[in-house]
Design a protein around this ligand. Sequence first.
Ligand code: TXA
Ligand code: MG
Length: 331
Amino acid sequence: MKNIIDEATLAQAIDLLRSGQVIAIPTETVYGLAADAENELAVRKIFAVKGRPADHPLIVHLAKDVPLEGWAEDVPQVAHKLAEAFWPGPLTMILRRGPKAAPAVTGGLATIGLRVPSHPVAQQLLKSFGGGLAAPSANRFGRVSPTTAGHVQSELSEAIPLILDGGPCNVGIESTIVDLSSDYIAILRPGVITAEQIEQVIGMPLVAASASAPRVSGSLESHYAPAAGVEIHNAETAMARAMKLEMLGKKVGVIGHYELLYSIPVESMMSQTIMPLPIDMTPQGFARDLYATLRIGDANKCDVVIVVPPPEEGIGVAIADRLRKSAAPRE
Ligand code: TXA
Ligand code: MG
């Protein structure tokens, strides 16, 4: 993570944002495509650049210690507790919206997603900018979120005037989204801040999110999808499946423990028909590196990537969520 950007680049970023442009910014989770949240035309540009349907609401990013007045209304006590515990950090709270955000931000919903990111460059920018920045992940709609400036460059450089480079993101998957806008508190999108951590702070159990309730674009079935097909396996079935696919003429990437990568047959390794895609297997490391590793599979023209993920507990819940969406049938 690069800690700071120079004054000239910061000034350029602020000028662009003030004049209604869209720029890419680093956050600790993934890179975002940011615009002035109070400028309707600027926010609409985000949807155009991303190719995202206009009824998918955006998260508004705020500087540390900015009051929520104007952005949200009827803010419940638990929201303050959660902010105290997890902001700045990878938590988005859905609250009742105030008048400040441009209508396009929330796509007509009565609620708004707010987050205070911890990345020093994001904070530096938000503090100088003074207002809120609406920002979805800086990828084209449905694709894998970018975790380096280079990822954004390869996908969107023609469409935006500036990409702020804050180094590789150290969380690597999108923020946990918790809905505090109704009587029942629910997680709409799991992340590295886990349900257990949230329950501990609010002192009550969360309810299961209903699929029909608020709109979370990441809750569409196919999402976070690389060009390669993704298959989730366990350690016992993974290599047999890889070899089956190889026999069918496919190029296969494998993400999993070293034991598994070492079991790739030498001939397959030499011919690169089955290739190891090494990754840190701690839940935190896996989350941090997952999207970048899927992109390496794409860069190597893998037809299919076989993944043996860490157990589905703690951060593993968010990893399983993203992998299921990457693996979901497309169109
Ligand atoms: O970590 C993150 O949250 C990253 C970085 C850039 O901050 N942002 C991100 O944005 O993942 P995006 O647009 O890719 O995903 C935001 C999610 C969407 O699924 C959207 O539907 C949901 O937040 N969302 C935003 N406002 C909402 C609202 N008022 N009610 C329900 N869901 C909302
Ligand atoms: Mg996204």
